[in-house]
Every structure is written in C-alpha cells, then in structure tokens.
Design a protein around this ligand. Structure first.
Ligand SMILES: Nc1nc2c(ncn2[C@@H]2O[C@H](COP(=O)(O)OP(=O)(O)OP(=O)(O)O)[C@@H](O)[C@H]2O)c(=O)[nH]1
Ligand SMILES: [Mg+2]
Length: 300
C-alpha cells in the first residue's frame, strides 16, 4: 500500500508543481508517465481486490486441530508450536480431556491451534466426551495435524481414524523422531493412507519449521489463491477504499487521454490518494507537503 501511495504521490507532486511553480526551473510534468503509473496502480489494486474473500478467512484465523491417539505427543506438539508450556504433558495416556485453543502466528498470519484428547477405546465417560469433541473439532477444522508416534508400529485403528479425515486438509505428523522412526515418510504415507507426512520431535523441537511451512502453504497460500504475501488480507472497508481509488484512477486515465489540464489531473490524483489514505491512515495533504519539501526544497 505504501509503495502504491508513494508512486502516486510522486506523480501528484509533479502535477501540482507544474501548476504552482510553472515559472520555476522544475522537472516538467509528463502526462504519459502519469498515465503509466495510473495503469500500473490499477493493476495492483485489482490484485488486492481479488484477495478480499481469502482475506476474510485469514482474519478469522485458520483453524488447525491436532488429533491422534493417546500419548503420541499431541500436547507436546501444541506447546512446541505455541512456544510455551500451555498444555499438560505426561506419560499417562488420557492426559488431555478438554479441548485447548490458542492463537499462533504462521508467516505473519493467525492460526487457531487446538489440542485435543487422545482418541482411544475407552469406558471412561469423561474421556469419551473429550474424544467426541476432538472428532467434531477435526471436522470443522481447516487443517488437521494427525499425530502418530513414529517410533512405534502403526495400529489399525490409526488408519481407520485417519480415513475419516478429508485428505485435502490432512497432514500426518510422525512425532518422536528423536527415538528413531520405524518407517520412512513414504512408507508412512502409504500405510497411513495420507498424502503428506512429516517427521518432527516435539520434545527436541525438531522439524517444527517444516511443519510451520507446511501449514503456511496449505492455508494462507491456498486461501489467497497463491497470491504472494503482500497481496493478502483485504477487508471489506479496505476493499471499498480500493474501489474508490480505482475509480479515481480511471477518471485520471480518461482525463489524460483527453489532454485535460494539470488542474483536472490533480483533482483525480488527489481523490485516489485520499481513498488510499483511508487505508494507510496517512493524511494526503501532509504527505504531499513532505514530498514537496524533500523533492524540491520549496516553501521552507
Ligand atoms: N522422545 C520423545 N518423547 C515425546 C515427544 N513428544 C512427546 N513425548 C513424550 O510422550 C509422552 C506423552 O506426551 P503428551 O504430549 O502428553 O501426549 P498426548 O498425545 O498429548 O497425550 P494425551 O493427552 O494423553 O492423549 C510424554 O511423556 C512426552 O514427554 C518426542 O518428540 N520425543
Ligand atoms: Mg495431551
């Protein structure tokens, strides 16, 4: 946004200078260059507007649920991603009962991370309730990190449980890699029936960067339709301002095409910058003065 604003401001300064100080020795204003800038700015705005819907999802926060059998290290992974000891970790199976939720940031975006009760056959009513909540959370989630203890053989129930999850949003996390994995990533993918698998050690904090990168790729990038980071997360208010700026720039293009005088071009350029200022919070007239001062040393 700043870059967009700066280029337009640069043009406006030239336009205004050609009006106010026409008799002085200043660089001449070239309408052709302004037209080019306006056209480029409109393309940038169009790209920003595309991300409006994706932005809504990103702002809400991407929901990432950690699921898996008991004792595989779900809470350890939760804590590791969080960077704090939030969930109780213990060698006792069935430690986590309630669902835990915290926000984490991945590549500058918010994820709502959930730790859940270990899925197992149980006669305990409380544990069973926790498992029910865990499965429901996984259904709702944007992503499911299904954790298995990679140092142990894969149980049949694990494969069944995984088959309930939409493969599009599933990642199998082979935890406890520090103990030595029983199988390769490829074997894990095949045996677990998952498209993706990643080895980590929640205890030793290893493989977490890969995991974060995977989360980023699967969510933020996909949500934004593979747009690069700068183009993400335009909200409804910002989109309205961008549309306003775009209309002003369209008028500017037409005015240049018609050979309108600098006074007219200035009005449209100011309009566009005013609209962008509603997003950046920058007052256009202040910005204009600053730029005039630094560029031309006029008026000091
Ligand atoms: N060696 C090793 N041990 C781990 C790792 N991650 C977790 N553990 C241990 O595994 C045990 C269970 O860890 P938790 O994080 O409580 O497992 P959980 O999946 O949340 O268990 P429940 O809440 O009971 O379902 C603890 O003793 C942890 O220290 C790891 O990466 N390597
Ligand atoms: Mg736990």
């Amino acid at each position: 946004m700043r870059a967009l604003e700066e280029t337009l401001l640069g043009e406006l300064v030239l336009i205004e200078a050609s009006i106010d100080f026409s008799e002085e020795d200043l660089p001449a204003h070239a309408p052709g260059a302004t037209l080019e800038t306006a056209t480029k700015a409109r393309a940038a705005i169009a790209a920003l507007l595309e991300s409006e819907i994706a932005g809504e999802r990103l702002r809400r926060g991407i929901r990432v649920t950690i699921l898996g059998g008991p004792n595989v290290g779900k809470s350890s992974l939760y804590n590791a991603l969080l960077g704090e000891e939030r969930a109780i970790v213990s060698p006792v199976a069935g430690t986590t009962r309630d669902i835990l939720r915290e926000r984490i940031h991945v590549g500058g975006f918010t994820c709502r991370l959930e730790d859940t009760a270990g899925i197992a056959e149980t006669r305990c009513e409380i544990e069973a309730k926790g498992i029910e909540i865990a499965r429901a959370a996984a259904l709702e989630a944007d992503l499911v990190l299904f954790v298995v203890d990679g140092s142990e053989e894969i149980a049949n129930e694990t494969k069944n449980e995984i088959s309930r999850i939409d493969p599009e949003k599933l990642l199998c996390v082979l935890n406890k890699s520090d103990l030595g994995l029983r199988y390769s990533r490829e074997e894990a993918r095949e045996r677990l029936g998952a498209r993706d698998a990643l080895a980590v050690s929640a205890l030793k904090r290893e493989g977490l960067e890969n995991l974060r990168a995977w989360i980023f790729d699967k969510t933020v990038k996909r949500a934004a339709g593979d747009l690069d980071r700068e183009r993400i997360a335009v909200n409804a208010r910002q989109a309205a301002a961008l549309r306003e700026a775009d209309e002003a720039l369209e008028r500017l293009e037409t005015a240049i095409g018609e050979g309108a005088p600098a006074e007219i071009l200035s009005v449209d350029a100011r309009c566009a910058l005013d609209a962008l200022g509603a997003i950046t919070g920058r007052s256009m007239s202040e910005a204009l003065l600053e730029t005039i001062f630094t560029k031309f040393c006029i008026g000091k």
